[in-house]
Design a protein around this ligand. Sequence first.
Ligand code: 13P
Length: 396
Amino acid sequence: MASASLLKTSPIVDKSEWVKGQTLRQPSASVVRCHPVAPSGLTVRASSYADELVKTAKTIASPGRGILAMDESNATCGKRLASIGLENTEGNRQAYRTLLVSAPGLGQYISGAILFEETLYQTTIDGKKMVDVLVEQNIVPGIKVDKGLVPLAGSNNESWCQGLDGLAPRSAAYYQQGARFAKWRTVVSIPNGPSELAVKEAAWGLARYAAISQDNGLVPIVEPEILLDGEHGIDRTFEVAKKVWAEVFFYLAQNNVLFEGILLKPSMVTPGAECKDKATPQQVAEYTLSLLRQRIPPAVPGIMFLSGGQSEVEATLNLNAMNQAPNPWHVSFSYARALQNTCLKTWGGRPENVKAAQETLLVRAKANSLAQLGKYTGEGESEEAKQGMFVKGYVY
Ligand code: 13P
């Protein structure tokens, strides 16, 4: 973690000099591309992919569509497969991911799919590249680039996210392989603080990752997940979320990240999972939109929420409540558990269930598409889809 004071003495990203050295009016990406020169004589180079980044982000944030997060690490995918009695083999992971990417008509509701590295380089069980199947479905392939969470020394049992070393060449290779956006998930825990250190570290890591991704043609999804764990009420989540997003945007700006070429993946503002007071979708929407309005510039094209252990139906209802009036950004979903849970169970590892499982995936994708448009009614949902999926201390 580079501290703010270290940054202030850095010859490359001196924020105050950078602001003085450029015109304050930046109406379009092409202005960002004009390679402004700071008074010190140093050129601050913006990504040569600027136009493409803006286009990719807009494509993903298109009306009635959201992201399918299917980037479980091999360890997490193993837990999913174990829940339906399957072994964690490459073949089983391939069979499951084949089912997901080839669900007929998925691209009507899904604009992007986040993949784990194995899947980006994998073929379907019929020997087609997973990436090609997605592109044929009009779905933009994305890639999880972080290397997971480890304990943060000097903190209150909190964690930090690894993966910056070697990120530039990895990102360039992912682009070559067909990825056009990236995801980096770090977490903030409310019961453990969050400490000032943990929030700064999370924000700085996200900002460096975002700058490196843009430099290599990948739209970064910025995901500081505020974990659901805890007994706190919704006001406490709101307060922490405001702090976290203030810090994230401070460092994104310091790293010269192009806001028009990013996507956000926030947690919704809810009470802690162990809080006795529950919030209605209207309350969640009110708090979450209030947070977004106070912290997120309208230049950001898309807010793609994570589900974080909410039930499938709860996540859809909350999203729907947020889309009852126009928002400055596309407000949508990037769910893993809340899109896949019933689908995985319906499949159960049996080839004869593939079609039925794909249909359940389509049901969820369509429900969330309607919620993105503010038109979801919640009628006819199965009991399975109403089951919460919160796991204490969840590791993705
Ligand atoms: P969940 O929707 O299961 O919380 O997963 C979100 C995520 O970060 C995956 O990219």
